[in-house]
Design a protein around this ligand. Structure first.
Ligand SMILES: C[S@@+](CC[C@H](N)C(=O)[O-])C[C@H]1O[C@@H](n2cnc3c(N)ncnc32)[C@H](O)[C@@H]1O
Length: 210
């Protein structure tokens, strides 16, 4: 088996995120995750939300790790049961490229992403919202986890330091202004209905498509 990726941050934030998304996605059938990364969130959320299908996706370079994580979760099933039968293996989805077709796509009523918008360049964030506007069903829910600035200010010293670190990794990455995110969402018919406080000065934004 390939190395199973691990993020301590995912371990720390998965329970608080689940508390919110279990309400938001309580009647969802099909949720697409963009930027699945280590797939720790996918495994944890899908097991806690067996009524829905969790569709993983990411850029191709992440797929080996995602598949290793899913394989490990499946190997922990008791008596040959598949504990993550409701997870679909990763689709290649780079938000700037044509988005892949998703099985059962007409039912795509939820989209989740964590820690992606501050990694993406500005034009990628714009492409992210255009794709969501095209794919998410009316009345569908979008949940975005990550750090955001308010009134052009950091919400903490640690976020200010993190932003400097981000710029050192890639000058196109940056913590985004929530006002800009709301504006992009509104151009796609999405309205902010929840802004939840999360661990380590992060937020969970909940949008609904009209
Ligand atoms: C910091 S990781 C977060 C991974 C995981 N969601 C988490 O919370 O640990 C950033 C993620 O953004 C994704 N990403 C960056 N640019 C992207 C793009 N253009 N299209 C799709 N995903 C992108 C990366 O592939 C990666 O999975």
């Amino acid at each position: 088996m390939s190395a199973v990726p691990f993020s301590q941050a995912c371990e720390n934030n998965k329970a608080p995120i689940l508390e919110v998304i279990s309400q938001v996605f309580s009647s969802s059938k099909l949720v697409l995750e963009i930027g699945t990364g280590t797939a720790q969130h996918a495994v944890y959320f899908a097991q806690a939300l067996p009524h829905l299908t969790w569709q993983t996706s990411d850029q191709a370079c992440y797929h080996v790790g995602i598949k290793a994580q899913l394989e490990q979760a499946r190997s922990q099933g008791i008596a040959n049961t598949d504990p993550i039968a409701n997870i679909q293996g990763p689709l290649i989805l780079d938000v700037t490229q044509p988005w892949p077709l998703i099985s059962g796509q007409e039912e795509l009523d939820g989209i989740f992403t964590a820690n992606t918008l501050h990694i993406m360049a500005k034009e990628m964030v714009e492409a992210f919202f255009i794709g969501i506007g095209e794919r998410l069903r009316a009345q569908g829910n979008l949940c975005i986890y990550g750090p955001f600035n308010y009134d052009a200010s950091y919400t903490s010293e640690s976020n200010a330091r993190f932003d400097i670190w981000l710029a050192q990794q890639d000058p196109r990455s940056a913590i985004r202004d929530i006002e800009w995110i709301i504006e992009l969402a509104e151009t796609q018919g999405l309205r902010l209905v929840g802004d939840h406080s999360m661990p380590a000065n992060n937020r969970l934004l909940h949008f609904v498509k009209s």
